[in-house]
Design a protein. Structure first.
Length: 156
């Protein structure tokens, strides 16, 4: 059965790449969620006026990979104690957030957050909120690292 998960953990290019390689993930895309602005573009979100987070939306076959396994990856790929910041990226668009699509996802996300919290000395700042409208980023942002590496190969 195909299911959907949406995660924000810093720049969406790296988040998408981390999930794209997992067995059972059938499709990934990057975009924006959690804001108050209709159909935002990259520059709108970057300007911090929309309230959106950069997110990766994951379609996965739940018979092959579980939502819990996706959560394990989510916690591993970023610092959930860093408020509105991941590495050099700063701003609310880079916040740590799990957008749940079902009540089961909500429960599993909260359970995993409690479990992971014991591994950190600082509080986890990850938001767990209901999924809202998903605004797809432009094609140039989709599978960005795959495109960039392919381009570099052709330039050699």
């Amino acid at each position: 059965m195909v299911a959907v998960a949406t995660f924000g953990a810093g720049c969406f290019w790296g988040v998408e790449r981390a999930f794209r390689s997992l067995s059972g993930v059938t499709k990934t895309s990057v975009g924006y969620m959690g804001g108050h602005f209709e159909n935002p573009c990259y520059l709108d979100v970057l300007s911090r006026i929309t309230g959106h987070a950069e997110v990766a939306q994951i379609e996965y076959d739940s018979a092959i990979i579980s939502y819990e396994a996706l959560l394990v990856t989510f916690w591993k790929i970023h610092d959930p104690t860093s408020l509105n910041r991941q590495g050099a990226d700063r701003g609310e668009q880079y916040r740590s957030v799990i957008f749940y699509h079902t009540e089961e996802q909500q429960q599993l996300a909260h359970q995993s957050k409690r479990t992971v919290a014991s591994q950190y000395s600082k509080p986890i700042v990850t938001e767990i909120v209901a999924a809202t409208a998903y605004w797809l980023a432009t094609e140039e942002h989709q599978q960005y690292f795959d495109k960039k590496s392919n381009k570099q190969q052709w330039q050699k």
